[in-house]
Structures are given as C-alpha cells and as structure tokens.
Design a binder for this molecule. Structure first.
Ligand code: F6P
Length: 322
C-alpha cells in the first residue's frame, strides 16, 4: 500500500476533524501518501481530490464540523456514479480508503465494493450512535452534552413558569440521543422510536402529576412514531388543557461545536486504528471501541438497525424520574 484517501460522508459530527488528523498523521508515519476527498462520495464522483500533509491537519483537533466537507450523494446510489468514482480513485492510484460516516456511508461502501476492489475501512462518524460494533460513535458524546446544556437552560425557565416543555432532539431512526440526554438532564420522560408504548405511559404520568405544579421536561426523538414534538404537544394540550405547554426543537445546534475530550481521544484512536487495519489487509470493516478495546465490525453488521435500547437504562430512567 502506497497511497490512501480519506473522506467524510453523511451528516457531519464533532470529532470528525480529530479523526481525519489521526488518519493523515498515522498514514504519513507509515510513509503512505494521503489524499483527502472533499464533499464525500459526491466529491469522489466529481474528482475533488486534494493532497494532505502534516500541516493540512494542524490546529483542527478542537474544531467541530469537517475540514473535508461532507454531502449526502444521490448520484453515488447509481451505477454510473459509482463507476465514475472508481475511475477517479484509480486515476489517483489510491490503494485504500478511510470513510468517516454513518450507516448510509457504510452501506454505500458495501455496494461500491461490488464494482471496485480498492479496500475501504470505516470510522463511525454520526451523532446518532446508531451503529453496532462501537460503544460510542464520533460525535455522540459532544451532541448529548450539547443537549443537556440546552435542557438545563430550558429547565430554568420551565421551572419559573411551572411549564411542561417538549424538547425535540435529533435521531431519525434512533432514540439514543434522547435516552442518554434524558437521563443526564433528569427529564421526566423520553419518547423514542424503539418504544411504541411511551405515549401511553407519558399520558398516564401527566394524569398522575396533574395537581403537581412543578415543571416537566419531556424529550422526544425526532424519529418517534408520534411525529415529533409539535404532535406530542398537541396531544398533551388536548388531553390536559390546564398544563402550560411549550415546544423547543434543538435541531442542528446538536451537530456543531467543539468536540469533548472523550470524543477527541476516541476519534484519534479510531483514525489511527483505521490505518493499521488497512495495512493489515482488512476491508469493509468499521473500527469501533467496545469496553475500551479497538474492534473491527463488518459493515453488513455495523449498519444493522438497533431495535432495542438497553432495557436496564430505560428502567432506571423511569425509576429516577418518578
Ligand atoms: O444522521 C445524523 C442526523 O443528524 C440525524 O440525527 C438527523 O435526522 C439528520 O442527520 C439530519 O440530516 P440533515 O442535516 O441532512 O438534515
């Protein structure tokens, strides 16, 4: 292996830059040449290849977003798009690729491996934490800290007015941001796509607490089957007109900001290990960290949807928020 490429793909997440830095510097240490591809798979199709050196990744470990930019590419889902991407990788003599992204990015890499023999290794970059084979994805820790910081502030005003706040957090298909930030912020309830009974139990709890005038925080994952915070607020207002209900949608602020220390260290370990994996002949695997150890999970397995969240954490959440 003489030359590798690295790119970020899908939604950006804090810590991606720390990962890029680790990939580049580890590759250079092993005397590999490094190219960055900008705008993800879209840039691979458009021939957006740039050489990277030690200096290109200086002063980025603390920055959110991705210096390589990112995109969601519809063209890469077509055969023509993939063949164009393959031609460009071959034109630049790329022997191995590190893709930093989430389930869509790894699904793309798997499909691509049917038309292109160049090995791909993945680093899990998504705030959603919805990949199998790692305890934490790059971006998750920062995102949940951003959420609890926001909820702490919302709690101040909610408590002053005795209001019920429905706070919507990201997570199109997964409730992991809602679960952990719900526990960390002491929310009264969470609503997540993995549980189909949470609306009923929320209504029961509100019924029980009707006379209690203190504030309540309900965290709703955007992918919850109720359709999100506005729908939940409508249902709550209809059932309990006496509650003073407000909605807050945290949105993309969850994707930005300086990565936490844990994020930077995890992302560095994963980027460093991705180069080790390519040099050891791995392909189509995602680097993860499970119980503090580096792991390699085949893309097919990593992208399997997490259907059940840790039942013990869910139970604890219920008990602690009584
Ligand atoms: O996959 C990460 C994520 O932040 C999801 O939680 C969210 O639903 C989605 O990306 C939003 O994507 P976009 O920024 O393309 O609207």
């Amino acid at each position: 292996m003489k030359k590798i490429a690295v790119f970020t793909s899908g939604g950006d997440s804090p810590g991606m830059n720390a990962c890029i830095r680790a990939v580049v510097r580890t590759a250079l240490y092993h005397k590999l040449e490094v190219m960055g591809i900008t705008h993800g798979y879209e840039g691979m199709i458009n021939n957006e290849f740039i050489p990277l050196n030690q200096k290109s990744v200086a002063n980025i470990i603390q920055r959110g977003g991705t210096i390589l930019k990112t995109a969601r590419s519809a063209r890469f889902r077509t055969r023509e798009g993939m063949l164009e991407a393959k031609r460009n990788l071959e034109k630049h003599n790329i022997d191995g690729v590190v893709v930093i992204g989430g389930d869509g990015s790894f699904t793309g890499a798997l499909e691509f491996s049917k038309v292109c023999a160049i090995p791909f290794v993945g680093c899990p970059g998504t705030i959603d934490n919805d990949l199998i084979g790692t305890d934490f994805t790059i971006g998750y820790d920062t995102a949940i800290n951003t959420v609890i910081d926001a909820v702490d502030r919302i709690r101040d005003t909610a408590e002053s007015h005795d209001r019920v706040f429905i706070v919507e957090v990201m997570g199109r298909d997964a409730g992991l941001i809602a679960l952990r930030s719900g526990i960390g912020s002491g929310a009264e309830a969470i609503m997540i796509p993995e549980s189909k009974n949470d609306l009923n139990s929320l209504l029961k709890r509100l019924e029980k607490g009707r006379k209690d005038k203190s504030s309540k925080i309900i965290i709703v994952a955007e992918g919850d089957e109720t359709g999100g915070a506005y729908n939940v607020s409508k249902i709550v207002k209809e059932k309990f007109p006496s509650y003073d209900v407000r909605v807050s949608i945290l949105g993309h602020i969850q994707r930005g900001g300086s990565p936490t220390c844990m994020e930077r260290v995890n992302a560095s370990r994963m980027g460093y290990s991705a180069i080790g994996a390519l040099l050891d002949g791995h392909r189509n695997v995602m680097i993860g960290i499970v119980n503090k150890e580096i792991t390699h999970t085949p893309f097919e397995k990593a992208i399997k949807h997490i259907e059940e969240l840790n039942p013990d954490l869910l139970r604890m959440m219920e008990i602690l928020s009584l």
